[in-house]
Design a protein around this ligand. Structure first.
Ligand SMILES: Cc1cc2nc3c(=O)[nH]c(=O)nc-3n(C[C@H](O)[C@H](O)[C@H](O)COP(=O)(O)O)c2cc1C
Length: 362
């Protein structure tokens, strides 16, 4: 079992922050299936939280069921990050995570995200300031960092920066096995992750290190652990199509057996619940926008669903969304499989939009 500072997790599987996707509604769906040790908000602007900007407050939403939860802050100014951490602590964060991996210009040009890999002294000062603000005293909130291997492909900064961040007070490091230059292209570098794990363990053997990148099937979890020596695994995009992946991976690791996958009706119920939760926590408009863009991800696990996807993508209102979900449950809104093509083939072909495409465009 994984322990972050004084926080004991129920499993060593973590849901990654995916900006625009891993909101309270989605985290709730993943948690209902079990197996999830820790989930995290998407990256949050401390200035936005402190000013009470509606978008930031929406992104920081949490509740009692959504625990333990990490709130992830980004930025390059130690004082503001510390104030943001105090806000997060007072609004339900179990853990404060510092983003050192985001490659998006909007974030890096203000010295946030993976730009911190290029200014290690600032990265260290941020950890120090945040730990001083929330990580000490009688009720400390553990501070963690999520980082990439480095900015440039040929400069693996993380393997020497990560131990320094731990020395500054970070209680856990998550390492996404890509560089900023790579953005989201290519495949995850297990060897790079292994080197970061080894560097941290050499100096701080008790500090958990989490491996991240390209885990889309339950058996990728033991593979990540075996190839890198990491203590736990964080899953992002794999959970978008398969929110029950934590249940499956946990079952695989503890019993050796993966439970049967949810059938079509259960997936429709997941989508209904997800839509309902978004309407409850946010607005009808938000729920409509999200369900239209998220249908491609759920569709990866649905057979012969092109008409269903199209209907949801063009649904004018919530009534039309519920009607489409009911219709697909009844066997309607399905394409006829081409001769010789089985369900699985169409499942594999469906959907090419979503965070991969968005991340590559960013
Ligand atoms: C669209 C998109 C948004 C992301 N947003 C965040 C974010 O807010 N904070 C963060 O630390 N990482 C973010 N990530 C990176 C993921 O957390 C994760 O490190 C990366 O996707 C690799 O893991 P995966 O292959 O399991 O998805 C984002 C990735 C994508 C594709």
């Amino acid at each position: 079992m994984l322990r972050i500072g004084h926080v004991q997790l129920q499993s060593n599987l973590l849901l990654a922050p995916i900006a625009g996707y891993c909101d309270l509604a989605f985290r709730t769906i993943c948690r209902r299936y079990g197996g999830l040790g820790l989930a995290c908000t998407d990256l949050l602007s401390p200035q936005g939280l402190l000013r009470g900007t509606a978008t930031s407050l929406d992104l920081a939403q949490t509740n009692d069921f959504d625990k333990p939860v990490g709130m992830q802050l980004y930025g390059g100014e130690p004082g503001i990050m510390a104030d943001g951490a105090l806000w997060a602590r007072d609004h339900g964060a179990t853990i404060i995570d510092i983003n050192m991996g985001c490659p998006v210009d909007k974030v890096t040009k203000k010295d946030g995200g993976s730009r911190l890999l290029c200014i290690p002294d600032t990265a260290e000062r941020i950890v120090d300031a945040v730990v001083n603000a929330v990580g000490k005293g009688s009720n400390p909130v553990p501070v963690t960092c999520k980082m990439r291997l480095g900015w440039f492909d040929d400069q693996p900064i993380a393997e020497w920066l990560a131990p320094r961040l731990v020395k500054a007070g970070a209680c856990m490091i998550t390492i996404h096995g890509r560089t900023t230059q790579q953005k989201f292209s290519g495949t995850v570098q297990y060897e790079g992750i292994r080197r970061v794990v080894a560097a941290i363990k050499a100096e701080h053997p008790g500090i958990p290190v989490i491996g991240n990148g390209d885990v889309t099937e339950p058996h990728h979890v033991p593979e990540m652990i075996a190839r890198t020596g990491c203590d736990g695994v964080m899953i992002g995009r794999g959970a978008l199509s398969t929110p029950w992946i934590f249940r499956d991976a946990h079952a695989l690791m503890t019993t050796g057996v993966i439970p049967p996958p949810p059938g079509v009706e259960e997936i429709m119920q997941i989508m209904r619940d997800y839509f309902d939760l978004m309407r409850r926590y946010r607005t009808d408009h938000y729920a409509m926008v999200q369900i239209r863009r998220r249908v491609s991800w759920f569709a990866k696990r649905l057979p012969h669903c092109k008409p269903f996807k199209e209907t949801l993508r063009t649904a004018p209102d919530s009534e039309a969304v519920y009607a489409a979900l009911d219709a697909f449950s009844r066997g309607e809104l399905r394409s006829r499989p081409p001769r010789g093509q089985d369900d699985q083939q169409e499942v594999e072909d469906s959907g090419s939009s979503g965070p991969n495409a968005e991340a590559e465009a960013a």
